[in-house]
Design a binder for this molecule. Structure first.
Ligand SMILES: Cc1ncc(COP(=O)(O)O)c(C=O)c1O
Length: 438
């Protein structure tokens, strides 16, 4: 059994780095919402553990906001990167790994007939939107309230950080600096409400380029037949359906959420878990869409531009192949799901015993406790949860050697049974403290 966490005092060196970070990096300063901002400087990370510059080691469920799905510095991924680095780091031409990785992604992903690489999830999402707009010859996009689709102007709307939601389908921008016309391009529907969604699709059918969703929205799974019905409605209306699988891709299974939930979109965006923390993303989809990206079309003009200097760079592609090789190992997902489920159930038990009402949403590899006594099914019910208590829980875990993700627990293939036991002990203690303070 691991000894309980005892924090080493912050060294002068880490203190000085934090001061300089606060001065130079505005987003690194401590905020109320990202509970670990401004509290630590990372020295290194291995497997399920991350270590700060004062020598404190934490069990990490943030995992770089998801990508480190095999655990930090996985030896097979490190070896692949070390082998690739001396061969050059950027060609703007395909290397062998970019072609072999494309084959592996197409084999794994139900909607993928062809793919294009980007560098970030944001790239992959707006590439998919551009393909859909070109295919349909329309401009508007229907998204769901509370879904996050990256930082492109038209997607930074009505996401999980929305403070005052508008009446459906009006979007609410999540940042200053977004041109006003972007709001006119986006319609917003309530997640898990197929009747309202169907009505909006029917009403705006002639203006819509596509419908985009996270097939598990943040940690809110599709309820009942929601995804299957959405697929049927969009097929009937001949409106492309995009799954943003930047979080769920390769995480819910080797066939991503589309394999896990058994619903195939026209296009999908993949990122994060694909490459063990090396920047790469993918837009994958059916031939009718992907054909627009063919280089020869630059001459004829019926072309969709999806390029980027670092897209599909050889080091990330080598890392991606190493990751997918590990994910194909017999039993990899079974063990992950067992451990994630044990963590989820153990947390629920401790909250129940402490008399704290909690709803844990998600799937075993990614889930979130919401402090609420009503089911959390969509953005508005999540907004009614006690968010402050969520931050206090994350902070109490941090003080006990466990880092929870900003919005969820990401469970990796590297989290061991001993890590889960340690986390459950830390959580029991943290929950008892929260219960005493109420
Ligand atoms: C569902 C989803 N889509 C897109 C993105 C954007 O990805 P990136 O941060 O790599 O641009 C994210 C990032 O968290 C995401 O969660």
């Amino acid at each position: 059994m691991q000894a309980p966490f005892e924090r080493k005092p912050r060294t002068d060196e880490e203190g000085s780095l934090l001061e300089r970070a606060a001065r130079l990096l505005p987003a690194a300063a401590k905020t109320a919402t990202m509970s670990l901002d401004g509290q630590m400087v990372i020295a290194e990370a291995h497997g399920s553990k991350i270590v700060d510059r004062s020598g404190n080691e934490y069990i990490d469920y943030l995992l770089g906001s998801g990508p480190v799905f095999l655990g930090h510095a996985h030896p097979v991924v490190v070896a692949a990167v070390q082998a690739a680095a001396p061969q050059g780091s950027s060609y703007m031409l395909p290397g062998e790994d970019s072609i072999l990785l494309a084959e592996e992604i197409v084999q794994a992903t139900p909607c993928a007939e062809r793919i294009t690489y980007g560098s970030t999830g944001t790239d992959a999402v707006y590439f998919a939107l551009r393909l859909a707009r070109a295919f349909r010859g329309r401009e508007k996009i229907l998204k769901f309230e509370g879904a996050y689709h990256g930082q492109a102007d038209s997607m930074l709307m009505s996401n999980q950080w929305t403070r005052t939601p508008e009446a459906f389908p009006k979007p609410s921008p999540n940042s200053l600096g977004i041109p006003g016309h972007c709001e006119e391009e986006v319609l917003v529907a309530p997640w898990n409400d197929i009747e309202q969604t169907a009505r909006l699709i029917a009403k705006h059918r002639d203006e819509l380029a596509c419908v985009i969703c996270e097939p598990m929205q943040r940690t809110l799974p599709p309820r009942g037949r929601f995804l299957a019905d959405l697929r049927e409605i969009t097929l009937e209306a001949e409106i492309p359906l995009i799954f943003d699988e930047v979080v769920t891709g390769f995480r819910l299974g080797y066939g991503s959420a589309q394999g896990y939930y058994g619903v195939t979109p026209d296009l999908c965006a993949l990122g994060k878990s694909l490459s063990g923390g090396h920047p790469i993303s993918v837009v994958a989809g059916k031939e009718d869409f992907m054909v627009f990206a063919e280089g020869v079309r630059k001459i004829t003009g019926d072309y969709v531009s999806l390029t980027g200097t670092f897209s599909g760079n050889p080091i990330s592609c080598a890392a991606g192949r190493a990751v997918l090789g590990e994910l194909r190992r017999e039993g990899a997902y079974e063990t992950l799901f067992e451990r994630g489920e044990r963590l989820r159930q153990g947390l629920k038990k401790s909250f129940d015993e402490a008399g704290i009402a909690v709803q844990i949403t998600g799937e075993p590899p990614a889930f979130e406790p919401w402090f609420s006594d009503e089911p959390v099914l969509d953005f508005r019910s999540s907004q009614r949860a006690d968010i402050g208590l969520g931050h206090r829980f994350a902070q109490a875990l941090f003080e006990r050697g466990v880092i929870k993700g900003h919005e969820k627990f990401f469970v990796s293939m590297a989290h061991s049974d001993a890590d889960i036991d340690f986390t459950l002990d830390a959580a029991r203690d943290a929950i008892a403290e929260l219960a005493r303070a109420r």
